[in-house]
Design a protein around this ligand. Sequence first.
Ligand code: ATP
Ligand code: IP8
Length: 314
Amino acid sequence: MEIRSENPSPVRDSSPDETLTQHKPLRCIVKLGGAAITCKNELERINEESLVAVCHQLRESMAPAKAAGGAAKILGMDWSRRPDSHIVSVSDEFDGRPLLDVDGSFIIVHGAGSFGHFQASRSRVHKGGLHLPLVQAGFVATRISIASADVSQIVSALGAGFVPVLHGDAVLDHSQDCTILSGDVIIRHLAKLLRPQYVVFLTDVLGVYDRPPADRNAILVREIVVDEEGNWSIVRPPPEHLTRQAEVEISVASHDTTGGMETKIAEAVAIAKLGIDVYITMAGTEHSLSALRGVITTDWLGTVIRSTLKINMV
Ligand SMILES: Nc1ncnc2c1ncn2[C@@H]1O[C@H](COP(=O)(O)OP(=O)(O)OP(=O)(O)O)[C@@H](O)[C@H]1O
Ligand SMILES: C=C(C)CCOP(=O)(O)O
């Protein structure tokens, strides 16, 4: 079974030789899904409660063992809160460890959610046609709707101990001149280049269901395996427990320009094929914290997507 993303990928695939070397191994690439951190059906509205919860969990997961779960021991230098002052604020517990004292081996990619998708879908930027005035206008409007991030220096930023924060965008494209590049696709390419230990997709539902989760009979798919060819199959619950056996039915919001859950599964499968475990779960829950830590227990709720090769090796 294979799901193909509707959008052509504007990012060129790399050969294994192009795998980038870094100072220390990348622990995790995490997607903060737009469905979780924004109110995806309301134009440009952040879901602050969810975003704050996710940020706390990220900080907890990234903190070195000494600080995990305890008081933050970080040298703060946030001038943005005091624009007329150059005073450096130092947390009371500061004990001489360096600025940004986090385990820097994380990359965060956030979804657009209610930013970008509305503008892009109204002007059909994801379908190409940059010569059309409406598409040109939509291309600009989409880019204005989300703040920019410098993607080109990810490895240097990691090497310097920073946590790169990226996002999808309206981009120029070889095959249809312009399109919308999803954060989900960016993650697949980064995973191929940087080989994180695991990848986490946080969204507004617990994982992949056998049908749209709005259906109250929908069943959570707990585990999907991917073979060497990239074909995937559900192993937990056993397919015979599912109404549609090996298939999942997916609905995508009309203003979603990047394929919604369908794209996420396709990208997650491609990542798992590389031998990298992928966890999809709900943001701001105990399950997202476990996923961010890379510690999955039997009572964990979410969808694990992993390679059959890895399972055979265990
Ligand atoms: N079979 C399914 N299983 C799981 N979720 C599904 C399914 N069908 C539809 N969905 C919907 O997919 C949505 C999550 O996908 P979506 O791409 O919107 O997530 P996101 O990554 O958080 O958002 P964004 O792409 O804006 O960053 C959920 O809101 C859910 O209702
Ligand atoms: C500008 C847009 C709409 C980027 C979309 O990225 P995604 O929400 O990660 O799929």
